[in-house]
Design a protein around this ligand. Structure first.
Ligand SMILES: O=C(O)CCC(=O)C(=O)O
Ligand SMILES: [Fe+2]
Length: 330
């Protein structure tokens, strides 16, 4: 018998393919039905589980890290892994201002309006303005997916990039470095994507909530045909009337400090808040086999995204030739 999760994902995929204008919802009633039966099946399970801590490990071998976390797709914090890396030792807000303050920065929030359009408002400013906002407590200027590593590819040497790249499998493509620079209280609401991510906390403290991929069925993600999935559920202000299944879901959390490296597996939902002024750098790659294992329908929707298509998304997120040159020069 097909279980509720598979039914839900099948209706979701059909919505992606045939559901009409975004958010595609021709099969939304069927999706809701599958979600409701899964809640009925869960009756008897304890409700409102308390939030659990993501494991923190120190000094784990690469082999064990790969077998215990990367391969099965489980989040973990490698405590202090990057403590000796130059980025953690040397980068700071004054260092950013002095060296890169005049860099152009595009401010946008892919989830702000939770609209189904990919017409995100973009404000173009300078890094110095982001740092000013940070100092004045203005949370409207959060530099997500900052281009620092593309515009200054030599900075890749401030990371142990050989270690980062060595964790990719033979099936992997893409090597993207994305920098997040924001003040206390800046945040990114609940979303997930089909990418592996090793996230280095360079400066400040960053809090992450995590929810397992199997919670897709309870989070009711709008079908928008983008390779970036979101839900309006907020782990901090849970609305169990709107999201009743979430009473049964396990929520996880961790707090990153400078030198920590987080493994964020594909399709794990996450919501992120900077608890202090913060610099963090995500290193991402796409591993089709790993993704299929984690979430086959999510992978299919990613590959068949039209809003934008995956190749457009990939082209616009990386300008990697320059960084490659740096790597090869070593
Ligand atoms: O740090 C943030 O605000 C978001 C980070 C994130 O979502 C990611 O690296 O995937
Ligand atoms: Fe993310």
């Amino acid at each position: 018998m097909i279980n509720s999760f598979s039914k839900y994902q099948a209706w979701r995929l059909l919505d992606h393919l045939f559901g009409g204008k975004e958010p595609a919802d021709r099969f939304h009633r069927m999706r809701s039905k599958a979600s409701a039966s899964s809640i009925a099946e869960s009756n008897g399970l304890p409700e409102r589980k308390s939030v659990k801590a993501i494991p923190r490990v120190c000094g784990i071998s690469d082999r064990d890290f790969h077998h215990q976390y990367v391969k099965p797709g489980l989040p973990v914090v490698l405590e202090g892994k990057a403590m000796e890396w130059k980025c953690v030792q040397e980068w700071s807000m004054p260092w950013l201002r002095e060296n890169y303050g005049s860099d152009e920065v595009s401010i946008f929030d892919p989830l702000a309006s939770a609209s189904s359009e990919v017409q995100y408002d973009v404000e173009v400013t300078h890094l110095a303005a982001v740092l000013d906002a940070m100092e004045s407590g203005d949370t409207s200027k959060y530099s997500r997916f900052n281009r620092l590593l593309y515009d200054h590819p030599e900075l890749v040497h401030d990371f142990d990039w050989k270690w980062l790249h060595g964790l990719r499998s033979a099936w992997s493509s893409g090597k993207t470095y994305q920098v997040f620079i924001g003040g206390k209280g800046t945040r990114t609401s609940l979303h997930c994507a089909g990418e592996h991510n090793l996230f280095t906390q360079v400066e400040g403290k960053k809090h992450w909530f995590f929810i397992e991929p199997k919670a897709d069925i309870w989070l009711d993600p709008p079908v928008t045909r983008t390779p970036y999935f979101y839900s309006m559920f907020d782990p901090e202000r849970h609305d169990y009337e709107r999201y009743p299944g979430m009473e049964h879901a396990q929520v996880w959390e961790c707090l990153l400090e400078p030198g920590d490296v987080l493994f964020n597996p594909p399709f794990w939902w996450h919501q992120v808040t900077n608890m202090t002024p913060s610099i963090g750098v995500g290193f991402r790659w796409f591993d089709i086999m790993g993704n299929m294992k984690m979430n086959a329908v999510g992978t299919a929707m990613t590959l068949m995204a039209t809003n934008p298509p995956i190749w457009t998304a990939t082209k616009h997120r990386t300008d990697f030739a320059a960084i490659f040159k740096q790597m090869n020069s070593n």
